[in-house]
Design a protein around this ligand. Structure first.
Ligand SMILES: CC(=O)N[C@H]1[C@@H](OP(=O)(O)OP(=O)(O)OC[C@H]2O[C@@H](n3ccc(=O)[nH]c3=O)[C@H](O)[C@@H]2O)O[C@H](CO)[C@@H](O)[C@@H]1O
Length: 365
């Protein structure tokens, strides 16, 4: 079969999309990725060796912005580009992982009668998935819905779990420890805030570096363009913009993680049994799912997780440092993850996609 994958805007969508892609490829299926040109999805698809079809798209800014006026026209252009690519590529199904780029792709697939499977990681459907749910053949969820869905939606919904990064079972923490020159026995604090980093959390961490470095070797993933050159070479502190292939090793190496509460990040921390200080994205700048994600994680991992609100208290940084010191040395439940469990959700989404695929005739290239 030939499957088109789409999903983008942030790694929280792209990482799971690629783990489903890896399962599909293992089963001998042909892949093509639909996403925005020069984007995070383009980088990841290229690294995974998946052919890429660029599709223009734009999302709605939650704070009033003039660019919202242009958005419908960009989406229309995107539908046109995706429609043309769909007619050329003739995929048998589309697996759509969320993010605004999926809207023109999903609509074009629906117009071309290509079955679409969507996956939602969060507690409630994101805007793109809400738009595509009616057109989708299948709606995959990470966990059972908290509210009763309408009958038309319940009929096509399946709970698959959240596809975890496909190399999560293969971490090699010693390699990274050696590469970064961290002494054996020193506890490692890994800080990363989703895929783009957070100015506010970076500032809070930097204001407490002396305390944190006293207790931990600190690996700070700051986000693109968010490094502080003044801190280069500071003993016990390493800053990087982004971790690509090293991310799994960093997750394995970390004794404690400071992060946002994106669903993909939390699923990774959960799979590896990591202690965490979570600072969920506030409802003022999101639809509030991270608050629910963080609360649920803290309840499941009592004594191993602290949740701090992103407010004035965070800006001072002291609450962040004291939460880290409180959790330092706490008993952690890390265990080597079982690869079958790691690949389970990606496998299920791949199976759902193949089950709705409609084989079509393709022109010979
Ligand atoms: C601001 C926003 O809308 N965030 C949403 C976005 O999260 P966003 O994409 O920001 O973040 P997530 O925490 O869900 O996932 C981040 C992913 O990036 C990876 N990573 C991160 C940093 C790095 O240097 N290298 C790397 O590989 C992480 O391992 C993880 O796989 O999608 C999630 C899943 O739908 C939602 O729950 C979040 O609410």
């Amino acid at each position: 079969m030939k499957i088109a994958i789409t999903g983008g805007g942030s790694a929280g969508h792209v990482v799971p999309a690629l783990s489903v892609a890896a399962q599909l490829r293992q089963g001998g299926n042909e892949l093509v990725y639909f996403g925005r040109g020069e984007s995070i999805e383009h980088d990841y698809a290229e690294k995974a060796g998946i052919r890429f079809c660029p599709v223009p798209s734009a999302g709605l800014k939650r704070y009033g912005s003039w660019s919202n006026l242009r958005m419908p026209f960009t989406v229309l252009r995107g539908i046109g580009a995706a429609w043309q690519a769909m007619r050329r590529e003739r995929p048998d199904a589309v697996m759509s992982k969320g993010g605004y780029v999926t809207v023109p792709v999903g609509i074009a697939a629906w117009l071309c009668r290509v079955p679409v499977v969507i996956h939602e990681s969060d507690h409630s459907l994101g805007l793109a998935n809400r738009i595509l749910a009616r057109m989708a053949a299948r709606v995959c969820l990470s966990e059972p819905s908290r509210s009763k869905p309408p009958r038309w939606l319940a009929r096509k919904t399946v709970v698959t779990g959240l596809p975890l990064r496909h190399d999560l079972a293969d971490g090699n923490p010693d390699r990274l420890r050696q590469q970064l020159g961290i002494q054996p026995g020193v506890e490692v604090l890994l800080i990363f805030c989703g895929s783009s980093g957070s100015h506010r959390i970076n500032a809070a961490v930097r204001s407490q570096l002396d305390q944190l470095r006293n207790r931990f070797a600190v690996i700070h993933v700051c986000g693109k363009g968010k490094l502080d050159p003044a801190l280069d070479g500071l003993p016990g502190y390493q800053q990087v913009e982004y971790l690509h292939t090293d991310m799994t090793d960093a997750l394995w190496l970390a004794d404690l993680v400071i992060g946002r509460a994106g669903a993909t990040t939390l699923a990774e921390l959960e799979a590896l049994g990591k202690r965490a200080v979570l600072i969920p994205l506030p409802a003022s700048v999101s639809r509030g799912d991270q608050l629910l994600n963080a609360e649920a994680y803290a309840q499941r991992h009592r004594g191993q997780c602290r949740v701090i609100q992103d407010d004035e208290a965070l800006t001072g940084g002291a609450s962040l440092a004291s939460a880290c010191l409180h959790l330092a040395g706490a008993h952690a439940s890390f265990s080597r993850p079982d690869p079958t469990v790691i690949h389970q959700a990606a496998n299920r989404v791949a199976d759902e996609t193949l089950s709705v695929a409609r084989p079509r005739r393709r022109r010979r290239r």
